[in-house]
Write a protein that binds this ligand. Structure first.
Ligand SMILES: C[S@@+](CC[C@H](N)C(=O)[O-])C[C@H]1O[C@@H](n2cnc3c(N)ncnc32)[C@H](O)[C@@H]1O
Length: 263
């Protein structure tokens, strides 16, 4: 198995739980909900009754679909027993089944879901194309898949820390970046592959892919791109929805809405 199951590492999980101790549920500003409203009114999207969630974590999205969208069934998978226990504890619902599975190797049923979703996990996957093929065959024709992925500009550098600008801006042109302002160290963008990063604990294995790789894989597998957002989330800890000024310098998440072709 290629997958690093860091969420079942006790120390990681303890610290992750503290970090995520904010109120459950996603902020309404996440573009996924705008995508959801948009696709519900399109003629080609089948009525959303059966939902797939990959790497469901604490189950907030599955729970949202069950309670707010009244779907008939949700199959929610995750690699981590810790996360599934948490999901069952805080987001259990009669139509949701939480199941232990590695999305790198999962066998999804053919043409069974009207909507698929995965948040903050596809950047862990090694064999991304094979996963996208599997998602594609599991969707009904016209079904959408929403992905929230760490943005390639965010995943490129191994050391993910803002650094102070040491240069004065050029005297010509319209650059208004001042000396001392924090800048994002974008390097190794074209070097795809593993990134072992220090995030919560040392040695978390993530994967970097360029924007064109993500989009081309979805298109090669038979999806049409229906929506793209490059997003930095509001900071929940600071009084509900505060956008950090620094986040205007680079996107943190890539959010995609893709639709399976209708044959
Ligand atoms: C940052 S959390 C995101 C959880 C949730 N989707 C959310 O948005 O809050 C990443 C999740 O991906 C899961 N995960 C990572 N690799 C996985 C894999 N190969 N198969 C299934 N789940 C995986 C982890 O166990 C964890 O629950």
């Amino acid at each position: 198995m290629n997958s690093q199951n860091i969420y079942d590492d006790n120390e990681f999980f303890r610290l992750y739980s503290i970090l995520n101790s904010k109120p459950n549920g996603a902020p309404d500003s996440i573009p996924t909900f705008r995508f959801l409203e948009k696709i519900k009114s399109t003629k080609t999207q089948p009525k959303i009754q059966c939902v797939l969630e990959l790497a469901c974590g604490n189950g907030w999205f599955s729970n949202y679909m069950a309670t707010k969208e009244n779907v008939k069934s949700v199959r929610a998978f995750d690699l981590s027993e810790n996360m599934l226990d948490l999901a069952k504890r805080i987001h259990s619902h009669p139509v949701i089944s939480y199941e232990l599975a590695d999305m790198e190797t999962i066998q999804l049923p053919n043409q069974s879901f009207d909507l698929g979703f995965s948040s903050l996990a596809l950047h862990y996957v090694l064999n991304f194309k094979s996963l996208v093929q599997s998602i594609h065959q599991s969707l009904n024709p016209g079904g959408h898949f929403f992905a929230i992925i760490e943005h390639p500009i965010y995943t490129a550098p191994t050391v993910r820390e803002w650094i102070p600008n040491t240069q004065d801006p050029p005297s010509t042109g319209s650059c208004n970046m001042t000396r001392g302002e924090m800048i994002w160290p974008l390097y190794d963008y074209q070097v795809e592959g593993d990134r072992v990063v220090d995030w919560i604990v040392n040695g978390v294995l993530k994967r970097h892919r360029t924007m064109s790789t993500y989009l081309n894989i979805f298109m090669d597998c038979g999806f049409d791109i229906r929506g793209i957002e490059e997003f930095s989330p509001p900071t929940m800890e600071l009084n509900n929805t505060v956008h950090l000024e620094i986040d205007r310098h680079r996107p943190k998440f890539l959010i995609l809405s893709v639709q399976k072709h209708i044959e």
